[in-house]
Design a protein around this ligand. Structure first.
Ligand SMILES: *Cc1c(COP(=O)(O)O)cnc(C)c1O
Length: 400
């Protein structure tokens, strides 16, 4: 049966289409997953702890909790931080909606801090100003979620200093940034935060299909996260109210969820962890190559803070629209039509209809909105080869 699908609407079905991101699964990854499928445990087994330990060790964090997605991770991290009705959470508008939605799940109010013009991360100056204002207005945040956009760490030392002064907790959304470094140390060590969250969606640096992880150095948070991941239930008699009834007994101590990762996913994650450095090195190499190949085009290339080493989840260019005769949308659509799977990260969260209903307006965070008018994410992933990368550059140069 002939299947007719419009290549205009679904460009990814073109045979030579270059996507913006994709996973890399090798034979070792497959073998590790098959081994778990043949074992006694496909969930709640030993592969989970192995994966957690591999990441905790890599990041130099004391504890790690694997969950079903980074969205789930952000949700229970907020709950563990004590975020509840009447509290306030701040994050960057230049992120995936999940970094803000987690606050709403907890009944808290969400607000944003505009981005830095160079890094596209939350601006430290804007954060300082907004905290000073909020202290007077009596609406300081309980939790701030800095997002390490594209894999480049935020200025965590400065954010941590402000958290001391204004008494908020920090949850790093490092969905883009496993394998990245800040001040020469791995992102995820939680030196400047309460908790750090990773995502293992297939477009991210390593994958488990769907999956996420929370890291922390605080035992109390760790124990709370473990409970929240699995219905708020404990089998540990020491934590129970009254006596255990016997070997079958468990108690639900609070309202939790089923946010567990399966052993099938965790096994894939452990195998992918063995390849993390190789993945990041390749992304760094391709990003530097883009920098060279694109340097003479009317574009702003990604700026790097010397205190950071990005994991290069995304390679984002900004069009210098005053030097181009086409619109941003034209350039984007012509690239898609040419088989280049460009994308746009991100639509400012506060401009989403759902957030507009909460009272946010266009114009509230002008730097993130200006950025959105000009930004394009070019294809960048481990398996992108030199030829494909040159195709991207040639097509882009032709269009500009
Ligand atoms: C991908 C992503 C998430 C959500 O991750 P999932 O694992 O898909 O739930 C959250 N925040 C950011 C910044 C992301 O890029």
């Amino acid at each position: 049966m002939a299947l007719r699908v419009s290549t205009a609407r679904y460009p990814e079905i073109m045979s030579n289409y270059i996507p913006y991101g994709r996973q890399d699964i090798n034979q070792a990854d497959i073998d590790t997953v098959v081994e778990v499928l043949r074992s006694d445990w496909i969930t709640q087994g030993p592969a989970i702890e192995r994966f957690e330990q591999a990441i905790a060790q890599y990041c130099n964090a004391k504890y790690a909790v694997a969950v079903s997605s980074a969205t789930a991770a952000l949700h229970i991290a907020c709950l563990a931080a004590g975020l509840a009705t009447g509290d306030i959470l701040w994050t960057s508008p230049n992120t995936f909606v999940a970094s803000a939605n987690c606050g709403l799940y907890c009944g808290a109010k969400v607000d944003f801090v505009d981005i830095d013009v160079n890094t596209y991360n939350l601006s430290i100056k804007a954060l300082e100003n907004k905290l000073a204002w909020a202290a007077k207005a009596g609406c300081l945040p309980k939790v701030v979620i800095p997002v390490h956009f594209a894999g480049q760490s935020c200025e965590m030392k400065k954010i941590a200093a402000l958290s001391q002064q204004y008494n908020f907790q920090i949850i790093e959304d490092a969905s883009h940034a496993i394998g990245a470094k800040y001040q020469s140390k791995p992102v995820g060590g939680c030196e400047f935060s309460e908790m750090t969250v990773f995502s293992f969606h297939p477009v991210k640096i390593i994958t488990t299909g769907e999956g996420g992880m929370i890291l922390t150095n605080q035992e109390k948070l760790y124990k709370k996260l473990i409970r929240l991941r699995s219905h708020g239930i404990t089998k540990n008699p020491d934590l129970m109210q009254g006596e255990s009834h016997g070997a079958w007994y468990y108690q639900q101590l609070e309202l939790g969820f089923n946010y567990r990762m399966t052993d099938i996913q965790a096994a894939l994650g452990s195998s992918q962890m063995n390849r993390l450095d190789e993945f990041v090195e390749r992304r760094q190499f391709l990003a530097h190559r883009y920098n060279e190949l694109l340097q003479y085009l009317p574009l702003t290339l990604p700026w790097q803070d010397p205190e950071t080493e990005s994991s290069w989840h995304l390679y984002v260019i900004r069009l210098k629209l005053d030097k181009i005769s086409k619109t941003h949308r034209q350039v984007f659509e012509e690239l898609r039509q040419a088989g280049i799977g460009v994308n746009l990260h991100y639509i400012p969260v506060h401009t989403q209809p759902y957030y507009q209903k909460l009272g946010f307006k266009a114009g509230d965070f002008p730097q993130s909105e200006q950025y959105y008018q000009e930004a394009i994410s070019l294809p960048l992933y481990y398996g992108l080869n030199a030829d494909e990368q040159e195709q991207v550059v040639t097509k882009l140069a032709g269009i500009l």
